[in-house]
Design a protein around this ligand. Structure first.
Ligand code: FAD
Length: 520
């Protein structure tokens, strides 16, 4: 943007925010008690590294009241120019969802990130009150000091509480406890109109359920109350290999039917030697599996990963016994099962090692054309075949996770969308690709994204699979309507109620400021 245009825009926005200020030319100027600052490069960047939209300014809130003042000023001036606002957690979005071209990015990491652990009376359970800008790893570290931990996780812990609660938050515990959005007791939210509200399933429930999985559309979460359980000191972590997709998924479903024994279930595809090697980086046990990938290199293997919490302080047998019992029921490629004992923290933080390895190979700060799809059980084989048409073993870099989730663990009152699965089982397919810029330039990344669009269209819109994408920015409002299906009307009504001027979350591409409630 030309400097003069920028200055003019700055003046308009700041005047809008504070009528007592007569002329201010730069985002670094202070209005009232809230200061906007010049945008840093990170405000126009995310983990996907595919979209880069520069904001006009950044707000580093010292408290939720700063956010409230900003949103209240921006939304309460009908007919006058408005700037859109995006909350930015850790910026691990994939398609610019936490960005806002020409608007204001609210850096959630600037909010106080204290984690307060509270034990209630006898049998009352415990919870943590957590600033929404805290990373899950910070929550874990603090809770472990009290011997406690949240129940539901993401694989990677360097994501903010507000960021994952705006999506869903899944990992291998979700079959048992539901996603992270099913594990929240209370929230503090600043709505799109600048109202600060404390909400829960019984207090302002409409806002509570709207913001959970709400893609940042209805309010900015500033604090969350997360229920805690007793943390095991250790975990027995098991991997078992398969050469048949059918047997692999059948055994995964068996494992998720044993929540009283098993605490975590995931799985991934083994495409080639490299994928076997990189998936072993975090797993501290020896693995003597050297499969034959066939003369054309197209034979694919699968690995189930499950874990059992181990509460014994010293060398224990209880968890070993459970692992033995459960393993006896599985039909893996004998003898390829491997088990190792690790601390609970190291287990939950396992992806950090993969991050370090990718960083050392220059493959972390690169474009990530990822695809995440929830597929109902009846469609998994068709979806897997559809997906494999787009994957070339030997060239593909990154894991492909495949594991089952139970749809009844998802609260349908939240804004998150999952497929309807008549037997209650759906799978997450996560294609977590890193592209090496030396081998895959802009056009190549665009080509991969186009392939993903075709796979997603076939799986979600046509073809009868009935899948739903996760973490995706849909290409048009028509796609969003399809995505939400019968809950689209509720989503639009929630927007009209909590952010009628469409100030929040333009990076998701669901609503524009021009179709705000006043013009709808
Ligand atoms: P951001 O990218 O900063 O924001 C995401 C969205 O939420 C944006 O629309 C933003 O405006 C909005 N938002 C952010 N904070 C708030 C807030 N406080 N209130 C309201 N809206 C807000 N997901 C899983 O479920 N399971 C996984 O195992 C998993 N692993 C991942 C591993 C890696 C390496 C990466 C990059 C992502 C992973 N994700 C996973 C996806 C991740 O959960 C989402 O990308 C999440 O949005 C990231 O959180 P963030 O803090 O970076 O959010």
């Amino acid at each position: 943007m030309e400097l003069k245009v920028l200055q003019l825009y700055a003046a308009v926005v700041v005047l809008l925010l504070c009528s007592s200020v007569n002329f201010i030319q730069s985002p670094t100027d202070v209005f009232g008690p809230v200061a906007l600052v010049e945008p840093t490069p990170s405000a126009a960047r995310d983990f996907g590294a595919v979209v880069s939209d520069a904001p006009f300014a950044v707000l580093r809130p010292g408290s939720p009241a700063d956010i409230a003042r900003l949103l209240s000023a921006l939304s309460s001036a009908p007919g006058r120019p408005r700037a859109a606002v995006a909350a930015r957690g850790a910026g691990h979005s994939l398609h610019g969802q936490a960005q806002v071209r020409g608007g204001i990015v609210v850096e959630m990491r600037a909010l106080p990130r204290a984690v307060e652990v509270v034990r209630r009376g006898e049998g009352g359970g415990a919870y943590a009150d957590v600033g929404a800008g805290a990373l899950w790893v910070e929550v874990l570290e603090e809770c472990l000091k009290a011997g406690l931990a949240p129940r539901s996780w993401t694989d990677y812990l360097y994501l903010t509480v507000g960021g994952t609660l705006s999506n869903g938050g899944i990992s291998g515990q979700a079959f048992k406890h539901g996603p992270q959005i099913s594990n929240v007791l209370e929230l503090e939210v600043v709505t799109g109109t600048g109202e600060e509200v404390t909400c829960s399933p019984t207090k302002s429930p409409e806002l509570f359920f709207a913001v959970l999985g709400g893609l940042g559309q209805f309010g900015i979460i500033t604090r969350a109350r997360i229920p805690l359980q007793v943390a095991p000191p250790k975990v027995r972590w098991v991997r078992a290999f398969y050469d048949s997709f059918q047997t692999f998924t059948k055994d995964q479903e068996l494992l998720v039917s044993m929540p009283e024994l098993v605490d975590y279930v995931e799985g991934f595809m083994v495409l080639d030697e490299q994928s076997l090697h990189s998936s072993s980086i975090a797993f501290p046990g020896q693995v003597y599996f050297s499969p034959d990938f066939g003369s054309d290199g197209k034979k694919v293997y699968y690995c189930i990963e499950f874990a059992v919490h181990d509460f014994q302080q010293e060398y224990s047998t209880a968890a070993d016994h459970v692992v033995e019992l459960v393993s006896g029921e599985l039909s893996y490629l004998r003898p390829h099962i491997y088990s190792v004992g690790v601390s609970y923290f190291d287990f939950l933080n396992r992806v950090r090692m993969e991050e370090e390895s990718l960083r050392s190979r220059g493959l972390w700060d690169v474009p990530h054309p990822w695809l995440n799809v929830f597929v109902p059980k009846h469609g998994v084989t068709r979806f897997k075949d559809l997906l494999m048409d787009t994957i070339t073993p030997g060239v593909f870099e990154g894991p492909i996770l495949v594991y089952p989730l139970l749809t009844d663990r998802w609260d349908r009152n939240t804004s998150a969308v999952v497929p309807s699965a008549p037997d209650g089982v759906m799978y997450i397919f996560s294609v977590l690709r890193s592209t090496d810029p030396a081998r895959c330039g802009r056009a190549c990344v665009e080509g991969i994204l186009e392939q993903h669009r075709r796979v997603a269209d076939e799986a979600c819109r046509g073809g009868g699979i009935g899948a739903k994408q996760y973490l995706a920015r849909q290409p048009s409002q028509a796609h969003w309507r399809d995505h939400f299906g019968s809950s689209w009307g509720r989503f639009v009504a929630r927007k009209a109620r909590f952010d009628p001027m469409h100030v929040l979350g333009p990076g998701q591409g669901i609503f524009t400021t021009t179709d705000s409630a006043s013009s709808m």
